[in-house]
Design a protein around this ligand. Structure first.
Ligand code: CAA
Length: 302
């Protein structure tokens, strides 16, 4: 019988709504004591409803679980340290971090402002670094701990209008893999999940928030991401680290990681001519098209 997350202390950033909320609820149901962190920001990062973290805590407590709310911003190193310090103060330790907090500022690249790039990087990538770095010291001292980072196929595969988001989400994969390699000796694991879920982020795509779309994709519920996230935080996943998964409804995919697909050698070194006449024809069939996420994950969600 699985121990689930019994007595583990889990921090879920962006836990007040959407995917984070369901991860917090599931972790608590599996026996974890949960820190539900959320500033309550609007989708674009503007100040919003800071009460959302507390309302998830209320739900957890009503079901007999243990949780506290935290409204610090992951984007600031000092505030991220306060999230972890709050977990340790309330529950005596910290065992898992889910870096889920995120905002969205989609724009075609040639129109994207520095501020839109910066704000998205600060929450997704710097936020994940800040919270993970604050937890890492505790994990090392206790020689255990698990990170789950919420990445996206927008970074892994591609999507239009999301240069900031894609850069941050692919950056998270590098961060996760580096944490996994750096901390394996201490028994600490780090994995990433690319979720497909009908959240306010997806419903912000122009023209998508219709009753037909909601009905057709009802299997793409945010709650479908939580079981894998909870599993990766728990001891039953002790052999799993440095991996990237995608979850879409009831499907779970192990995503590929970058390795050489084809290598061409020329003992004389390459010139512009041999690159054009030998290298390119040799590798052409190996090059990736500009397909985006919707083309790669094209089938219906069942
Ligand atoms: N594909 C190709 N061209 C597009 C396009 C698209 N999807 N959307 C807009 N364009 C073109 C327009 O036709 C227009 O072309 P012209 O200049 O020739 O007229 C040009 O781009 C500029 O259009 P806009 O003025 O509308 O561009 P904008 O910079 O304001 O941004 C957009 C438009 C924000 C990218 C909008 O199309 C959009 O929101 N697209 C959806 C982005 C998306 O899929 N986001 C995913 C959100 S969910 C999520 O992020 C979760 C996750 O992990 C996947």
């Amino acid at each position: 019988m699985s121990e689930g997350l019994r007595d583990k202390v889990i921090v879920v950033t962006g836990g007040g709504r959407g995917i984070g909320r369901d991860i917090a609820l599931t972790a608590a149901a599996e026996g974890a004591r949960v820190v539900v962190n959320d500033t309550g920001a609007g989708l674009d990062g503007a100040p919003g409803d800071a009460a959302c973290a507390q309302s998830v805590v209320d739900e957890i407590k009503a079901a007999g679980g243990h949780a506290i709310a935290d409204t610090h911003s992951v984007a600031e190193p000092g505030e991220a340290e306060a999230i972890i310090a709050g977990a340790v103060q309330a529950f005596g330790r910290v065992d898992g971090v889910v870096n889920n907090a995120g905002i969205l500022r989609d724009r075609m690249f040639w129109k994207m402002s520095f501020n839109d790039f910066d704000a998205v990087m600060k929450v997704h990538l710097y936020g994940a670094f800040n919270v993970s770095r604050a937890a890492a010291q505790h994990f090392r001292e206790q020689q255990s701990g698990a990170f789950v980072h919420i990445t996206s196929t927008s970074g892994l595969v591609g999507n239009v209008g999301q240069a900031n988001y894609a850069a941050a989400k692919l950056g998270l994969v590098g961060l996760s893999r580096s944490i996994a390699t750096d901390m394996a000796r201490a028994g600490i694991r780090s994995n990433a999940i690319a979720p497909f879920a009908m959240t306010r982020m997806v419903l912000s795509i122009p023209g998508l928030d219709t009753p037909e779309f909601r009905e057709k994709n009802k299997e793409m519920a945010p709650a479908k991401i939580a079981p894998l996230a909870a599993f990766l935080l728990g001891d039953d996943a002790r052999e799993v680290s440095g991996q990237v998964f995608a979850v879409r409804g009831n499907e779970i995919s192990v995503m590929s990681q970058s390795r050489p697909l084809k290598t061409v050698h020329d003992a004389r070194g390459w010139t512009q001519e041999t690159l054009a006449n030998r290298f390119l024809p040799n590798v052409k069939s190996t090059l990736y098209s500009l397909e985006t996420t919707n083309e790669v994950f094209a089938g219906e969600v069942i």
